[in-house]
Ligand binder design. Sequence first.
Ligand code: GRG
Length: 301
Amino acid sequence: MKMSHSENRASVDELKQAMRDYRRIVDAELERVLPPADRPPAEIHRAMRYSMFSGGKRLRPMLVLMGCELCGGNQADAMPAACAFEMIHTYSLIHDDLPAMDNDDFRRGHPTCHKAFGEAMAILAGDALLTQAFELLASHLRGRGELIAEIAAAAGTGGMIGGQVADILSEGTQPDAALVEFIHKCKTAALIRQAVRTGAAIAGAAAAALDAVTQYAEKIGLAFQVADDILDVEGTTEQLGKTAGKDRQAGKQTWPAVYGLPESRRHAAQLASQAVQCLEPFGPKARMLASLADFIVTRTS
Ligand code: GRG
């Protein structure tokens, strides 16, 4: 029997509380694993910490932990991977903001890493976060080489970096539906997909469960970037914590550029609804992930 909308979703308040709780525990663990700010060479450790702790929703670590818990695993077992995903994500933001890429002055409501520490230190802080992420993964996921390889692939040229390359090379070209889907799936959805999948794999999920959460994650990953494109058009710089309206200015391939805003909103909502359907085999224990799918397309930052 199909569950009603209210049965299969946590309330907005429950989700907000859960997000605060996840954020608190992830931040405590990041505080513990990142090199202390005064450890020599202190400048790089200060730059890494500056970007890691200057805000952010902690969506990717939350997805690792929720994927693990959904499939019956222990939160503690997934915590190193959760931290690793936030480090990989933050590295990508630092590098994306550099003058050679998006040339942004603000991120997460603060001056970008290169504005605060200079370009050389920002490049190195990104490199160091990526490197430490894989150190964490290798030291905690013993015997899980295939899983670590999957994470590397999601962050690499077949995933996030590949999407970034296509995004840069397509600036100023005619809006193209196939191209924007490729960019969004690689640049954004690949890491989000892998976050949920990694949590589930750490829990030892059976093939069918792993497949179902992966399909959920693919949908929310794409929905997340479509919503991000819409926010770039509709949001303010204060609300977003980064410069609004830059996609259009740079002639980026975005969902609104191809489909317009009303159709983009409809498509984001449809992806969220399809994501929730993928969770049906899990029943009520997936209600928080179902609400998260709604949050992803209704968020304002
Ligand atoms: C490898 C340099 C490099 C870049 C990869 C991920 C990426 C491509 C660039 C970062 C900038 C960007 C617009 C990425 C798209 C994904 C996205 C919307 C990131 C922002 O994620 P949020 O909203 O950020 O989760 P917070 O600050 O909340 O963590």
